[in-house]
Design a protein around this ligand. Sequence first.
Ligand SMILES: C[S@@+](CC[C@H](N)C(=O)[O-])C[C@H]1O[C@@H](n2cnc3c(N)ncnc32)[C@H](O)[C@@H]1O
Length: 240
Amino acid sequence: MGDGLPSGEERARLVREMFDRIARRYELMNVVMTAGMNRIWNKKAVQATKLRTGGRALDLACGTGSLTRDLASEVGPAGYVLGVDFSPEMLRAAKSRPLPNVEYRVGDATRLEGVPSEGFDAATIAYGARNIPDLDALFSEMTRCVRPGGRVVCLEISRPPGKVFGAFYGLWFDRIVPKLGAGISGDPKAYAYLPESVKEFVVPDDLAAIMESNGLQNVTWKRLAGSIITLHSGERPGCP
Ligand SMILES: C[S@@+](CC[C@H](N)C(=O)[O-])C[C@H]1O[C@@H](n2cnc3c(N)ncnc32)[C@H](O)[C@@H]1O
């Protein structure tokens, strides 16, 4: 994918094929790219869900199951986590580390067939939203699937506004990550796409507005890691 990312079905196909190709090296690349800090950001996302032991979580664009496993550990053996992704190879990698309280399903996060309404205490998406052009469809599905009082959480990469972190980001994500990614995954296109997709993604305030317009309330967001990561959360109105 080059300048000006395609949209609609074409974008979805290219993204799916890209993740299919890099699935085997995806988690290794994440650890290298974030110096292992992705684990800390996952923990913050899990905290934002306010899940309890025995709770039910839906993890969209779950990929190889990195956040899915952390959610599963939070809800414990009495809980349940459903991970959904449209890349069969990312899911194959996820399923290679099975857990008794986790199920994985192939599916499109914007059209969740067979996923029950109000069936979950929380719905999450980590580093998936920027790959999905139709954010209204994504967040209306997330809202539909959580119970009243349930939480919707979105973890994403963002471009830091300040000069210092902005310069660091420019060097790291725009220049070094594409080269590292090409070397580790053997797929230069995939890691050229990464900074491009961040550049095209909505700013945090606009993402919060999209969440609100799709039925969520008390939407808040914060910057993590010097603003390289944003964590949004909101809740479905109504009594738990
Ligand atoms: C950067 S990975 C994130 C994986 C995982 N959430 C994590 O934290 O490592 C993005 C994932 O989004 C998935 N994806 C992108 N668009 C999707 C869609 N419309 N429906 C389902 N999965 C999608 C890709 O297949 C890929 O596995």
